[in-house]
Design a protein around this ligand. Sequence first.
Ligand code: LCS
Length: 397
Amino acid sequence: MDSKNASFGTRAIHAGNIKDKQNHALTMPIYQTSTFYFDSCEQGAALCAGEEEGYVYSRTANPTRTVLEAKIANLEGGEAACTAASGMGAISATLWTIAGAGKHIIADGTLYGCTFSLLNHGFTRYGVEVTFVDTSNIEEVKANLKENTVAVYLETPANPNLKITDIKTIAKVAHEYNKDIKVVCDNTFASPYLQRPLELGADVVVHSATKYINGHGDVIAGLVIGKEDFITEVRNFGIKDMTGSVLSPMDSFLILRGLKTLEVRMKQHCSTAMEVAKFLDSCEEIEKVYYPGLEHHPGHEIAKEQMRDFGGMIAFEVKGGKAAGAKLVNSVDLLTIAVSLGDAETLLQHPASMTHATYNSEELAEAGIAEGLVRLSIGLEAPEDIIADLRQAIGRV
Ligand code: LCS
């Protein structure tokens, strides 16, 4: 069942699956093996040379992972996909495949803190030039494209302030300048159910599958999706040689399980988030609410165009700044103070001191991340219970 025409929820359950002819297992088994035996020395040589199809060693390929890769490629509308042991593994393997000394990357300044650090403190150590811009301002991207630019890297909605970038316009501008530039979009906050960057012109999608794709807060994983040739390079160079960032068969299995409910989970995350965002927006104690579904969000119209719905992430500032924000965070009861996102549990955290502690004060200001910003990952609890907890916490500030 690989039809691109079946609905998203159906494909999330059936696409990429293989029939277990030996034992007729309904669910893809966990191939918990590091290596695979060869029938002969000649067969081993043929497999290692890529002249025969089959498995050699689980750092390069494993049957449980293969099913996950086929499924996620289908869901993102890409030719192929490869897995990584974390979102950071997927991003590193992707960017090391694209860039090297003397090359130039344009990146949005508002990124998950470790991605920002990888680009700002990591790649620059090895002779890669990185220019941070605001990708929601197309003129800034245009003005910074250069002969040695190999990638434009962005998140939309961005972590942590839900900034929206117009993927179609960025891809058009970058490719008009040089068709070989890779537009890389981190689709973690949206998930493929809400947004498919490849269909909008991006070349590569990366994910922290730790989040919505797995959805149950029990796995760290990453994904890369794109054209077959590029994904083969990411797998054989970025993952196999550069990072060794290999996803385990067990974690692949858990993500396959999580994906079966991605659509129903996302629908609930979105509808509850909209209710919570409207509630926060109506509270006079709250200074500002960042949610792409609110009409006053600067990216609302673009989000409406490129996303199916507005997602489960909200950020807000409390009147009274950082101290008031911390008081609110410390006053929740049902909600959990934790980083990560996309889980069944509603999580809240303080980006400036947690997920974005890799930014200094000037970098935070430049990226539009207020020192007092609080980020909420809306879970699957009843909306009224989440709102009741926020209401009592706001009352205690
Ligand atoms: N990309 C985005 C947009 C993320 O939010 C994260 C992690 C990553 C990549 C890295 O993925 P990982 O290696 O953790 O699987 N974001 C986190 C966050 O906001 N809180 O904790 C982790």
